[in-house]
Design a binder for this molecule. Structure first.
Ligand SMILES: Nc1nc2c(ncn2[C@@H]2O[C@H](COP(=O)(O)OP(=O)(O)O)[C@@H](O)[C@H]2O)c(=O)[nH]1
Ligand SMILES: [Mg+2]
Ligand SMILES: [Zn+2]
Length: 308
């Protein structure tokens, strides 16, 4: 039987069968590892072949993955966990207040998804609570990310702004949903699929510093077609396996100007004849994007993080 892994809790996996029911399965014996560098052989989003063996469901084979996205485990760059695989798109949910998402987080998410060849989309949620200044910032972000080549959708779970647009976007696709705790991931999923009735965090809770979320990422089937993966507790995305000269390839607005730089190995920092810096000076590339680019380069050079 062919099924899809929707949840992993250690040695047990939830596998959704074609009829729509979910069974618990485990891995028995040796599985051929698809990617040997990663710690977990079976991951959310995997298509697997399972057998029923004396009443137990056993995962016999992992089918080849179209793609995957890695979550870096804290500061240890050698231990990598696949966060999810076989994705059609990666959605980052951000907010300008309650809580405020940094563009550093957004841009790292976009770079990660783009590097793994997964189309990325930004949702800017909680527009109902924005004051005038924050509304203006939302408009600036929309301008910045649209110019960079990404889609940014403003939403509110309170006024239902663009909830139908998000629903349409998710139809028949496998979407990864990430974002800081408290931005409204579970609330948005509940809006789109009320029968799921996911737990949401109270305002007081996401303010607590150092709070540990022990919940697992989980994939849900959408009644109108498609899958959605809620990823609680993701605080940051590690940029992995990327060499410094590659980074600008994952900023679409930079990538499109690279060949105009005087030096083919230009890092767009202080080299003469740099087309990227020129575009930043002319405001054709947003300063925030360029600064986040520099901070990623710095992070790769020094192995230290300098954003919140
Ligand atoms: N004002 C407002 N509050 C929201 C919105 N979306 C979610 N919330 C609230 O924000 C809090 C955190 O939401 P939750 O879905 O648990 O966030 P998650 O951690 O990303 O899953 C809850 O109290 C929600 O009711 C929104 O669009 N507007
Ligand atoms: Mg949640
Ligand atoms: Zn350059």
């Amino acid at each position: 039987m062919k099924g899809r892994v929707t949840k992993s809790t250690g040695s047990w996996y939830n596998v959704r069968l074609p009829e729509g029911n979910t069974v618990l399965a485990r891995v028995k014996g040796k599985l051929r590892l698809v990617d040997r560098r990663t710690t977990n052989p079976v991951n959310i989003g995997d298509w697997v072949m399972i057998d029923k063996n004396e009443g137990d469901y056993v995962i016999r084979e992992i089918l080849p993955r179209d793609n995957y996205i890695i979550r870096q485990s804290s500061r240890n760059r050698t231990a990598e966990h696949i966060l999810a695989c076989n994705l059609d798109q990666a959605i980052v949910i951000a907010t300008i207040s309650q809580p405020r998402t940094s563009t550093g987080f957004i841009d790292r998410y976009l770079v990660t998804a783009t590097a793994y060849h997964i189309p990325a989309i930004i949702i800017l949620n909680k527009t109902d609570v924005y004051n005038e200044k924050e509304k203006q910032r939302a408009a600036e972000w929309k301008q910045t990310y649209t110019a960079a080549g990404y889609q940014l959708i403003c939403t509110s779970a309170v006024t239902n702004e663009n909830i139908d647009v998000v629903k349409e976007l998710m139809k028949d696709k496998t979407s990864l949903l990430a974002g800081h705790s408290g931005v409204g991931k579970s609330t948005l999923i509940n809006k789109i699929v009320p029968e799921l009735d996911l737990k949401t965090v109270e305002i007081a809770k996401w303010n607590e510093k150092g709070k540990h979320t022990t919940t697992f990422a989980e994939m849900f089937a959408l009644p109108f077609g498609g899958f959605i993966i809620d990823t609680p507790g993701i605080k940051e995305f590690g940029i992995l396996d990327i060499e410094e000269p590659e980074v600008s390839h994952y900023f679409p607005e930079m990538e499109q100007r690279l060949h105009d730089c005087r030096f083919h190995n230009c890092l767009h920092i202080n080299e003469p004849g740099c087309a990227v810096k020129e575009a930043v000076e002319k405001n054709e590339i947003a300063m925030s994007r360029y600064e986040n680019y520099l901070s990623i380069i710095h992070e790769l050079k020094t192995d230290e993080k300098i954003y919140d």
